[in-house]
Design a protein around this ligand. Structure first.
Ligand SMILES: Nc1ncnc2c1ncn2[C@@H]1O[C@H](COP(=O)(O)OP(=O)(O)OP(=O)(O)O)[C@@H](O)[C@H]1O
Ligand SMILES: [Mg+2]
Length: 346
């Protein structure tokens, strides 16, 4: 049915991606790990969305769920919807899903080794990724690969395209991975810790490159990192993840001026505490919960400064405040927490 543009006038355009209640579980010999435990968020065109959280929070698994790259067994997406431009990716046959990967949705994996094959020339890998989705000659695809290497500012790209990944430095490999992810101009780029292995100067350059290449008016970025400082200069929306759930979804302005979730507050305090060394930054007291045995109630309660009885018993629901801002906490500032009902066991 054609879209009536008059009806859309003044309304927000539909998001590029809508993730609704996604659950990705791993069934292991030791029990079930709820790696992604009911995650919902949306990404609009032109938006740069950060997923932030400690190791094991479920950031990569969220990204991999969107791409349907969960190793099965032992993993499985057991619930939810992933709507990309009106299509539920979870309902597509694998064959059609392959069209979405790389063309509509590009990815920079957390492990560089996952992206580049050591036995093929860098140029060949980028050219092949292009040829899979374009009707072109080998020569044209090779030209495209060289052009992409030039775009990611690799000097002498004609010669470099002939080299193997091990002949590249870490920073150059990361640039080549970006070229590979961007060769089919995806509308959505998922970048999972793209700068973790790099020194600070190279990191800044790579972030700028991702910003310049991946984010245009009609495109969007999901930037996954444990490092709030890295995302701070890049992203405009922040999803704070803890133990498989999003606990706060705020704009950059909202998060940095007035974080609502106690975990977000502690992350920010750690970030701006100049008395700490670089290694201590981002470390907040306590440990993330054992994924096989998460605490009852709010998963964050054992580490939370605001913890009260209800937090140990009842899991807080995600509630919407201030427009599209969301928080899952019984005691975020002015929110009235429900009274804990004590149920007698007798
Ligand atoms: N193959 C697997 N089998 C069992 N559990 C798994 C498997 N892969 C991931 N998980 C679990 O899923 C949870 C989320 O993992 P994920 O890789 O998404 O964390 P992350 O937030 O990306 O952490 P990091 O910052 O270390 O990359 C973890 O508890 C992890 O142990
Ligand atoms: Mg990860």
């Amino acid at each position: 049915m054609p879209v009536d543009k008059r009806k859309l006038k003044g309304k927000e355009p539909l998001p590029l991606l809508e993730v609704r209640g996604v659950q990705t579980y791993y069934y292991t010999d030791f029990g079930v790990v709820k790696a992604v435990d009911g995650v919902s968020f949306s990404v609009r065109r032109g938006e740069k969305v950060a997923i932030i959280g400690e190791s094991g929070a479920g950031k990569s698994q969220t990204g991999m769920s969107i791409l349907r790259l969960i190793p099965s067994p032992p993993g499985r997406i057991v619930g939810g919807e992933i709507i990309y431009e009106g299509v539920d990716l979870l309902k597509l046959p694998e064959e059609e899903m392959r069209e979405y990967r790389g063309v509509h949705i590009g990815v920079i994996f957390q492990e560089a080794a996952q992206a580049l094959n050591p036995v093929y020339k860098v140029g060949t890998q980028i050219a092949d990724a292009y040829r899979v989705h374009h009707d072109c000659t080998k020569e044209e695809a090779w030209e495209k690969a060289v052009e992409m290497l030039r775009k990611v500012q690799i000097s002498n790209p004609e010669q470099r395209a002939q080299e193997y990944p091990h002949q590249f430095s870490g920073g150059m490999r990361q640039r080549a991975i970006i070229a590979l992810a961007m060769v089919n101009s995806p509308n959505l780029l998922i970048a999972d810790e793209p700068t973790t292995a790099l020194d600070v100067t190279t990191e800044a350059k790579i972030i700028k490159l991702i910003n310049d290449l991946a984010v245009k008016e009609d495109k969007a970025l999901i930037f996954i990192t444990h490092d709030l400082a890295v995302a701070a200069g890049l992203c405009d929306r922040f999803l704070i993840m803890y133990a498989g759930k999003i606990v706060e979804n705020s704009s950059a302005m909202q998060l940095f001026s007035d974080p609502k979730h106690p975990y977000a507050q502690q992350l920010l305090e750690a970030l701006i505490d100049v008395s700490k060394s670089e290694d201590e930054i981002m470390a907040i007291p306590g440990l993330p919960p054992d994924p096989y045995n998460r605490p009852k109630g709010c998963s964050f309660h054992p580490r939370c400064r605001k913890v009260k009885a209800i937090c140990q018993e009842v899991e807080p629901e995600m509630i919407t405040i201030e427009g599209d801002r969301q928080v899952a906490c019984h005691y975020y500032t002015d929110y009235q927490a429900p009274k804990l009902k004590v149920v007698s066991s007798s």
